[in-house]
Design a protein around this ligand. Sequence first.
Ligand SMILES: C[S@@+](CC[C@H](N)C(=O)[O-])C[C@H]1O[C@@H](n2cnc3c(N)ncnc32)[C@H](O)[C@@H]1O
Length: 273
Amino acid sequence: MSVKSGVHRVVACDCFEPIARCAQNIVNINGFSDVIKVVNKRSDKLTVGSVGCDLERKADLLVAELFDTELIGEGAIGCYRHAAQHLLTSDALLVPSRAKIYCQLVESDSLFSYHQFTDNIEINEHFIIKCPQNVKSCDGSNVLHDIQMNQLKPNEDFIVVSEPEVVFEFEFNNISTLGSKDRKTIEFKTIREVKGPLVLFMWWTTDMDFEGEIVLSCAPFWTYNDSAITSKTIPWRDHWIQAIYYLSANNKRFELKANQTFKVEANRDEYSL
Ligand SMILES: C[S@@+](CC[C@H](N)C(=O)[O-])C[C@H]1O[C@@H](n2cnc3c(N)ncnc32)[C@H](O)[C@@H]1O
């Protein structure tokens, strides 16, 4: 697309050799080998300079897809930080240009049961697994649980407790948003009374253009508040899905009123939330 739009030089890189080889074949077959150079390297190993380097000069356009369901799990933050510092001009355009990670508070007994062992698990009438006390009192893991959220049914599998809130936001050409760690307190406002276990739903969006007019969104269907967008009509996506973060497994029940503030402390490093 870049070449067809008039770009005179493209350098493509992938650190995974079979993908770089495949990219080179595609470039050759499409007759672009004089304009597109494929380099089998990590981006942070690319060299910039006029003689014998991967890039003759810093690039003014970066197109990349380095995301997983958690957005940052494949190391996008460090790659963008390095690119902004070493590979790009200060006015470079980035596609996508920024991303936001969202969370929504929901109440759900059934989803919480993925996180907490029950007293006894009855396999059949002769075989019952008795859960030891130290397992029952374990707080559980705070690692994400990837899930196809559009397969869940609101008011059946869970009840929405808050509007979605932005947890972390990244501008890929702004190093101040690409630190190796961040911490934020998110204040969710309850939109209804809560009497059960709370879990956090998570997804992300990316702005594909600088103005933010073209948004690639992993938001589940109910967040659009639009009856035309349902689990059947929302485009199927399984490259990135959504995730659940569980609160401590010992927080089985919350008693909250509507319009109450529920604070969650969110932490991230370069690879996980
Ligand atoms: C999330 S995948 C992209 C998948 C692709 N969009 C697709 O749909 O098939 C990321 C790709 O970028 C490569 N990659 C990740 N970080 C890189 C880096 N810093 N430099 C070069 N390649 C990288 C990985 O080897 C992988 O092929």
